[in-house]
Design a protein around this ligand. Structure first.
Ligand SMILES: [Zn+2]
Length: 249
């Protein structure tokens, strides 16, 4: 295989690696944001539970205060009852005491309701709090993992770019310009294989004479249909032949 073609194959693989790394680096922060959003949603649910429990306790306290007021009023009415001069007055006090006692019973019933409601609320709040704590820990780990991944990707990108620069420096500028032109046109697939008589990219059947010329491997040939550079019977792993460790140019 012509040396420059081997370089083009390697360059194509580096460019594809660059594209996937860049995509990952662009996508990972979105994953982080998604993770944060989940935690916020959980936090909001917890806040709602806390608010419900606080409201329950506030209402209970209010009822307890009301009951106290009624109790004080009853004791005052009982004192007044002792001073009653007529049966009518006595009955009036009695009826007012009865009303207060009814109010106290109503308040006590409501307090019982509130207590019943607060029990599951407290339980679910406790569960939610412990879940949130665990979730926050998981999320911190996940965030650290994503950040590490981004850093590793950036490092690899730099390595890929350095190798790319090295390969480009070993290419004839005109050949590299060709590579770039085809790369833009084909969205990154510059080199195709034609060992079976077809262009592996656009699938066109190649002329027998064209294949004969390609077999010789003494010059770069382009697919007559899609203009990609064509390889014929490339080494099993030609990428290894032009990796940074081995030099073919
Ligand atoms: Zn083709």
């Amino acid at each position: 295989m012509v040396d420059e073609l081997a370089l083009a194959v390697r360059l194509q693989s580096l460019d594809s690696k660059t594209a996937s790394l860049e995509l990952e680096v662009a996508t990972l922060p979105k994953q982080l944001a998604e993770i944060e959003r989940k935690l916020e949603a959980h936090n909001r649910r917890l806040e709602a539970d806390r608010a419900a429990l606080a409201a329950n306790q506030r209402d209970r306290k209010k009822l307890e205060g009301d009951i106290q007021v009624h109790e004080q009023k009853i004791s005052k009415l009982r004192d007044q009852m002792l001073q009653a001069k007529t049966n009518e007055q006595y009955r009036a006090f009695q009826s007012e005491i009865g009303w207060c006692e009814t109010e106290i019973r109503k308040g006590e019933d409501k307090i019982l309701d509130f207590m019943e409601q607060s029990e599951p609320l407290e339980k679910s709040l406790k569960t939610a709090e412990s879940e949130l704590k665990q979730q926050a820990e998981r999320i911190e780990k996940e965030k650290a993992r994503v950040r590490e991944r981004i850093a590793a990707d950036r490092k690899q990108l730099m390595e890929v770019q350095a190798e790319r620069k090295d390969i480009v420096s070993r290419m004839d500028p005109k050949f590299y310009a060709d590579y770039e032109r085809i790369r833009r046109k084909t969205h990154g697939s510059v080199v195709a294989d034609a060992t079976d008589g077809h262009c592996s990219a656009c699938m066109i059947t190649l002329r027998p004479q064209f294949v004969q010329d390609l077999k010789k491997g003494d010059r770069i040939m382009h697919c007559e249909s899609c203009s990609r550079m064509l390889t014929y019977n490339p080494a099993v792993s030609f990428e290894n032949n032009v990796g940074p460790a081995a030099t073919t140019a």
